[in-house]
Design a protein around this ligand. Structure first.
Ligand code: SAM
Length: 243
């Protein structure tokens, strides 16, 4: 089967994304480690550093999935703070909630099933919003960015961690080969689900590059938008403020 952005219409894309994450939820964490050689931990740690969450803050971990960032934020904001893990997919939310509860993280975290395109939160509510490896799965990215802008407090910041475009030609080639040839095979081996990992490779390739995403954030109302590349731009962390 060929699951690509180009071949799938908007409404079907949402169903496809739902199928993918229902299917991979149980093995999501182990696949992340295997497929990225553990490097996703470094990308996430850097995101947490840039987020600079302080005690008492309200943080939204959007498309938070199995809660890697939520777990770290929970420690940083403390008992007076609040972390909301929001995700559209109840299988991912369930895995996340179980994992975090097993780690003893209970007090300041809540779980909300929500679509990033229409967030069910009040205006000007969060100090920090992160969306890690989530935006490329969202059908209407502009609507999602506007929705994030709405629920962010003035002075608050948005961080988008996402696959992007490698800077060097050689890296682009290696990375393309890896994601199109190796990833689906690994996915098939570990999860018996090659299609989901084919979707993953395709969604990475179709995602807007660094400058395009920066402009999309500016168009959604964010200011002082900038990004840093990690791993030669395989991944980029975009930051923007609401003033
Ligand atoms: N943030 C986690 C991480 O970095 O490990 C999970 C990332 S996972 C690759 C992408 C997540 O985005 C999935 O849990 C999926 O359910 C969620 N997602 C996809 N479309 C979404 C939408 N429209 N609104 C909210 N979450 C969405």
């Amino acid at each position: 089967t060929h699951f690509g952005y180009k071949t799938v219409e908007a409404d079907k894309k949402a169903d496809l994304v739902a199928d993918v994450f229902h299917s991979v939820a149980a093995k999501y964490d182990i696949m992340n480690d295997v497929m990225s050689f553990g490097v996703h931990r470094f990308w996430k740690r850097h995101t947490i550093e840039v987020a600079a969450a302080r005690p008492g803050m309200k943080v939204l971990d959007l498309a938070g999935g199995t809660g890697d960032l939520t777990a770290k934020f929970s420690n940083l904001v403390g008992d007076r703070g609040q972390v909301v893990l929001a995700d559209i997919n109840d299988s991912m939310l369930k895995v996340g909630r179980t994992k975090l509860r097993d780690k003893g993280i209970v007090n300041n975290v809540s779980y909300v099933q929500a679509n990033a395109e229409a967030l069910p939160f009040p205006d000007n509510h969060f100090d920090i919003i992160t969306i890690a490896f989530g935006l490329r799965n969202v059908t209407d990215k502009d609507a999602a960015l506007r929705s994030m802008h709405r629920v962010l407090k003035p002075g608050g910041k948005l961080l988008v961690l996402e696959f992007s475009t490698p800077k060097h030609e050689l890296m682009r080639k290696v990375y393309d080969m890896y994601s199109f040839k190796v990833l689906p095979k690994m996915g098939a081996l570990i999860t018996k689900d090659a299609d989901s990992y084919e979707y993953l490779a395709e969604s990475i390739r179709m995602h807007p590059d660094q400058e395009t995403l920066k402009q999309m954030m500016i168009d959604a109302g964010f200011e002082q938008v900038d990004y840093t590349n990690m791993t030669d731009g395989v991944v980029a962390l975009h930051r923007g403020y609401k003033f």
